[in-house]
Design a protein around this ligand. Sequence first.
Ligand SMILES: [Fe+2]
Ligand SMILES: [Fe+2]
Length: 385
Amino acid sequence: MSRAEALSLGYDVDDSAVRFSNYFHVLREIVHLSNGWLALVPELERKVRLGDHIHDDARALTKIKRRLYELRHPSDYPGNPGGSVLALLERLNAAGTPEEYLAAAYGEAKPALLHALGVHLAGLDPVTDEPSLRLLTQLAGRQERHVSELGPAVPAAGSGADIGECEISFGGERELRVLPRLVEPARDPFVEVREGGDPYLVRELYINGPENHVPVDPEEQKHFFHGLLDAELCAAELMARNSHEHPAMPWDFHVDMARQTWDECRHAQVHEILMRTELGCRWGDYPVGFSYFRSIYAHDLVGRLALFNSTSEQNAMWRHSHRRKVLRARGQANVAKVFDYLLADEVPHVHNGARWGAYLTDGGERAYRALVRRLRAGPDETGAR
Ligand SMILES: [Fe+2]
Ligand SMILES: [Fe+2]
């Protein structure tokens, strides 16, 4: 039981809904644009963090949508942003480089959001509006972490404006702007990008069945995990672009893509640690190539899901399990454990293919399965996974 002496006045329900609508718009556009820019952020560390934040913000948005519904909001779309929120969104959209985008998102939008959350938390009644209190506390904690991880070293002085109180207007729906098509992803400047990637990596590493070769020699493992790290980044970048380039897909699709983007970024981080601590090599020691990325990215959304999630990732599950067994038997327990987790994460990734592929295909799951078989019969590229 709460020990509050008395109820404070706090915000009324409608004012609270207006505030949540403004948070909705800022986070919706940050998730959308971060998904668009992720592939073009060169630095491994910043890319991995951005992938993590996209997932955090997508989950926060789901909770905000739910809270808006609870606050008697009539539709799934909570009115149009105006005033300083609209100006802020326009500045996010005006970025022409990943640096400009990150400066706007982490130097301006997220600090403004944090300020508004602070105002809201200080003004709400903690008992009648406890659901908002819990949600905003969690949201503020995450935003603080995001700004500390990717924000400017010297935080810009905010305008002091409270974006929570901006007016919203009804009628129509604000469109999300889609960035130009990607040519290829960006990597750290010290990583050599070469057509065909690392020549050391042979096809037998990526095929299923008795011909599969598990890398056991120390030199071979260095190249293999380096290639795997790059393949994880490509996977994150593909999922992020799937979300960014298809804003009209249901919200659950974007949440699924955000989760996979984070998983793939985390996998990249795991390989980076493994390389440094167990294998004696570093990110950038060998060249990488984007031919597999380009071959998947060239397809429409359903084609990407069929060839990547429902084929490449499905096949990778077998290999991860096989690699785990071989490496455990050789006494490389830590490396074997990594494959155990990769395998576990791969299950929902394959499911994303079936779920959204069936959604996009006339005739549902059966028709999607037929499409997967048809596309699999095309040119065989396995990707370095
Ligand atoms: Fe992965
Ligand atoms: Fe995956």
